[in-house]
Design a protein around this ligand. Structure first.
Ligand code: UDP
Length: 363
């Protein structure tokens, strides 16, 4: 076990330990021998981790002032994951989205600044908003395909959100303000911080299947699995032309551990954690998933395999899509020696396999 800096030898706090990223991170930290204190309202994914001798689970949120005090005073490393981070909520649960992504974490950051603890804050790749070329195209300006123009770089790309009425951007705006607040607290009170910008992590335990272990609309992978498991057509929002880089959760966790183990290199930095080689448009994702699903299960595909739906009918008014998220991971490579490895097909195969094992099929 590598000695975490200034650990002394206190425990690591993970706020929001029960979500998809949280459970993978808790498991990896415990496997590496780091004791963890975790907070979450959800515990269904944690399973037997809750009984682990080095894991202390608090079945609560962290909003109470005494909880924020406990976290910041008794932990020299605090990892913040607790957030409403599902696109179907951004234009329907606006107030809670802004509270969970800015107002509450801002209080925690102030406490960490006061106590001298290091806050590792999970932001989002969505802070980049739309690409320059996507905005230009939206204005009717012809722009050719350009990876160079679209590549999202932590310290130089502009963050292009939409108008206030495009409520989809509430989440990205709250995350962006939080990132700016961390920097402000560094200047005013020497806060030690690191920001992680995740690019569409995938893997076991991701999201939920509506009506089985959650309600509402999950992210795209779980929406497509829900359709495949129930023999329904996958729905392509506005034709499925948006592009994403899907990143294997194991690669992402390796990146986070590298951040924690390299504080000198990672404090005061934002890092893209994503796999630029795993880019696909959403229609291409549906096609790959359909192919892998039939290989794994031998079951028939729905007819039609996919169909188009409008964003307005799928998400309601105020949704606007992020057209492309292509991460530049040069900084994580240079400062942390991190490189994502898992291909898109292997990422999908492992994740689909988990869904098939884990959920009942009804067709
Ligand atoms: N999407 C889709 N069908 C679905 C769910 C999502 O076409 O059933 C699209 C969505 O409009 C977006 C992309 O898939 O273009 C990724 O959506 P997701 O909810 O996974 O999160 P995001 O990457 O936008 O944060």
């Amino acid at each position: 076990m590598q000695e975490l800096p200034s650990m002394n030898p206190t425990r690591i706090a993970i706020v929001g330990c029960g979500g998809f990223v949280g459970v993978h991170l808790v498991k990896q930290m415990l496997d590496l021998g780091y004791p963890v204190d975790g907070w979450d309202l959800e515990d269904r994914r944690l399973g037997e981790l809750v009984g682990h001798k080095d894991f202390c689970f608090h079945h609560s949120d962290y909003s109470a002032p005494e909880t924020i005090d406990d976290i910041s005073k008794n932990h020299s490393v605090v990892i913040h994951l607790a957030a409403l981070c599902n696109p179907s909520l951004y234009n329907t649960e606006d107030q809670r989205v802004i509270q969970s992504n800015f107002i509450l974490p801002a209080r925690l950051a102030e406490a960490c600044a006061k106590e001298g603890s290091w806050l590792v804050y999970f932001s989002t790749s969505e802070v980049y908003g739309r690409t320059v070329s996507g905005v230009a195209r939206g204005m009717g300006i012809e722009v050719g395909e350009s990876n160079e123009l679209d590549l999202l770089t932590e310290d130089s790309s502009p963050l292009l959100l939409g108008a206030i009425g495009s409520r989809r951007w509430n989440y990205a705006c709250a995350k962006q303000l939080m990132e700016r607040y961390l920097l402000a607290l560094e200047v005013s009170s020497q806060l030690q911080w690191t920001v992680v910008r995740p690019f569409n992590f995938l893997g076991p335990e991701m999201d939920f299947i509506p009506g089985v272990d959650g309600e509402g609309v999950p992210r795209v992978m779980a929406c497509f699995m829900d359709a495949l498991l129930h023999g329904r057509s996958m729905e392509l929002v506005d034709g499925g032309g948006a592009r994403r880089c899907f990143t294997w959760i194991g690669d992402a966790i390796d990146g986070i551990i590298k951040i924690l183990e390299n504080p000198q290199a990672s404090r005061g930095q934002c890092f893209n954690i994503g796999n630029p080689k795993n880019e696909t448009d959403i229609c291409g994702l549906a096609a790959r998933m359909a192919g892998i699903y039939t290989q794994i299960t031998g079951r028939d595909l729905p007819n039609p395999v996919w169909k188009n739906v409008s964003a307005e009918s799928f998400y309601g008014p105020g949704y606007q899509d992020s057209d492309r998220r292509l991460p530049n991971v040069g900084k994580a490579r240079a400062l942390l020696g991190w490189e994502p490895r898992m291909t898109l097909d292997d990422t999908l195969r492992l994740t689909i396999d988990w869904f098939v094992q884990h959920y009942p099929v009804s067709h």
